[in-house]
Design a protein around this ligand. Structure first.
Ligand SMILES: Nc1ncnc2c1ncn2[C@@H]1O[C@H](COP(=O)(O)OP(=O)(O)O)[C@@H](O)[C@H]1O
Ligand SMILES: [Mg+2]
Length: 585
């Protein structure tokens, strides 16, 4: 029997209505509800907000929830809004998973489904993105700094790696090589069961870097090829702008060299033979390119970078910005050309800090802008999916931004950024703006073609280590491994007995003098018993989850002493107790 949330009240529209809440536990904003319509059957809705007021006439408190109607599936499987209102006083129920999944379009859990989190407010409903669509279309991940972009991208890369989708990641901060390491952050252990994932080191990740001394974890030294570059390509990547005379000279020299293979070094030698003065500026500029030590004749083979089942991280940490741009520009170009000629498999190309590599006009110049625009517009035709990540959406080129069919938006507060996002979203509403500003850490608003409407998603825990905040990781480890934690397990087992802390509390209940204190103590006991039940439920879930693990996964958990879920709850209880006793003394 579905649980009743309340009944329809006041003016009823086909797109929204209010309900008088009968079961306040079920009526939270974000909760999915269903209501029966005499013509269309079950219709899905979502509580947008809840308010309480005092009903003077009846002398009681009332809770009113506003519901936004999402729709029902018609005979063709399309989601539609009812054309006539619901009956006044119709009962409203909590929606069941099947209905929520089917109406929201969350059914794509098949072979191509990328599991990135659970539906906010409905922890049992997993949210999947379609891997094929990511490659055929484009993705953006937008939010302010620290809101969880890199973490989310990490989750996505883990899923793509599991599906053996080739990926190339432009990683200016060296955050992604930790995909190679399993998540052993004790602070995350209780989340593994909750999100039904196990830690994993992704060994099919290859880290490339132009600078191995800054990035010693890298597997391969990265070089660009300077073999047979044409004049336009060279002019595009030169650090200084050439005069038309210098440009002409370069074209002329390269034309003469074109019968055989040549390198930048060789071009300089040829230029030196020229008798014009224009050559000096040109030589100096090409020489400064070479001084970057980023070129070799063959360069890193594109076939080595884009391979079936391989995630390639291009770690640019410690590389100066202009050189990063040069690398992104040349590499994107080469990859795009290679993909057009089918020399490498279809793949997903992810660019972090996109506002630097494809900035909006007037914000900055980047030599990679042109090619990234081209990939945004045409990549899909050739099986090169583009993903862009940025903390300043307002500073990202609009052409690139508007090509994203899937948007993962985490907390954004800057008004310019919100405006930029709103322009790139098809179905933007002012309500979404409020949602974006108030997203908690780790919760994303996801819009996608295969989703009926934007969904709030709790991003799942990382299976591999998050590299975004090394300092954070260390702190967590220190603060969670200490003595108090070791004592917590005792609490849980004795929660409803007369010994242990509950016993102490009960004794206090008798001994305390004031009403207020007795009330607080009583509430506390009640709360603890409730939490105990919740812990048992979560423990059951964890046990079920553990039954399905492979021996390797069990080894990992044991090796890292992953505790059962119950402990988390016991931790909360312990903190509750500490608070109580401190307050009491
Ligand atoms: N989904 C999440 N679950 C748990 N912690 C998260 C999540 N997303 C982010 N964090 C935490 O927030 C910090 C900042 O996230 P990060 O992805 O590096 O931010 P951004 O790339 O947006 O600047 C991370 O170090 C991590 O500790
Ligand atoms: Mg980041």
């Amino acid at each position: 029997m579905p649980e009743v949330v309340g009944f329809v009240h006041g003016e009823v529209k086909s797109t929204s209505f209010d309900i008088i809440v009968e079961n306040k536990e079920l009526a939270e904003s974000g909760t999915y509800v269903k209501i029966h319509h005499e013509m269309y059957g079950w219709v899905l809705g979502q509580i947008s907000f809840v308010r309480r007021y005092w009903d003077d006439k009846r002398g009681i408190e009332r809770i009113i929830a506003s519901v936004r109607v999402i729709g029902f599936k018609d005979a063709e499987g399309l989601v539609r809004l009812p054309k006539t209102p619901f009956k006044p006083e119709e009962r409203v129920f909590k929606a069941n998973q099947t209905l929520v999944r089917s109406i929201l379009g969350l059914d794509s859990s098949g072979a191509a489904g990328l599991y990135i989190g659970t539906l906010e407010g409905e922890e049992d409903i997993k949210v999947y993105l379609d891997a094929n669509k990511l490659i055929q279309k484009h993705l953006s991940v937008l939010a302010k700094t620290g809101a969880g972009k890199s973490y989310t991208v990490g989750v996505l890369l883990e899923e793509l790696a599991d599906k053996e989708v080739p990926c190339v990641v432009i990683d200016p901060h060296g955050e992604y090589y930790t995909l190679k390491i399993a998540n052993d952050n004790p602070g995350d252990f209780d989340k593994f069961a909750r999100f039904q994932v196990v830690p994993k080191a992704f060994l099919n990740v290859t880290e490339f870097t132009p600078n191995k001394s800054v990035n010693p974890t890298a597997d391969v030294e990265f070089k660009l090829s300077d073999k047979n570059l044409d004049a336009r390509e060279i002019l595009d990547i030169l650090p200084t702008k050439m005069t038309s005379g210098q440009e002409a000279l370069l074209y002329q020299v390269i034309n003469e060299l074109k019968s055989g293979d040549y390198t930048l070094e060789y071009i300089i030698q040829q230029l030196q033979l020229s008798e014009t003065n224009a050559k000096w500026g040109l030589i100096a500029s090409i020489q400064s390119l070479l001084d970057n030590n980023i070129f070799s004749t063959e360069g890193t083979k594109l076939e080595e970078i884009v391979k079936k089942g391989q995630t390639s991280i291009v770690n640019l940490k410690g590389i100066k910005p202009e050189l990063q741009e040069l690398i992104v520009s040349k590499l994107s170009n080469d990859l795009f050309e290679a993909r057009k000629q089918n020399k490498i498999p279809a793949f997903f190309f992810l660019v972090e800090e996109a506002h630097r590599f494809c900035p909006e006009r007037g914000v900055g110049q980047a030599m990679s802008l042109g090619i990234l625009r081209t990939i945004a517009a045409e990549g899909r035709k050739f099986g090169m999916g583009l993903g862009i990540v940025s903390q300043r959406p307002a500073k990202v080129d609009k052409n690139v931004l508007s090509q994203a069919n899937t948007q993962i938006i985490l907390k954004v507060t800057n008004p310019n950024d919100i405006t930029a996002i709103s322009k790139s979203l098809e179905n933007f509403t002012p309500e979404l703006e409020e949602v974006m500003k108030n997203l908690p850490l780790g919760t994303a608003l996801i819009t996608s073609e295969n989703l009926e409407r934007p969904v709030l998603t709790k991003i799942r825990v990382r299976r591999s280590k998050h590299g975004g905040a090394a300092v954070d990781l260390i702190k967590t480890r220190e603060s969670s491994g200490g003595a108090p934690r070791q004592r917590i397990p005792m609490l849980g087992t004795k929660i409803d007995s007369n010994s242990g802390v509950v016993g102490m509390l009960k004794k206090r209940l008798v001994g305390t003098d004031t009403e207020r204190r007795q009330d607080t103590a009583r509430e506390k006991v009640h709360e603890i018993v409730e939490q105990k039940e919740q812990a048992a439920e979560e423990q059951k879930k964890a046990d079920e989850w553990k039954e399905n693990l492979t021996p390797d996964e069990i080894d990992f958990l044991e090796e890292h002493k992953v505790p059962g879920l119950g402990k988390r709850i016991r931790g909360k209880i312990w903190n509750g107790f500490k608070g109580f006793f401190v307050e009491d003394e």
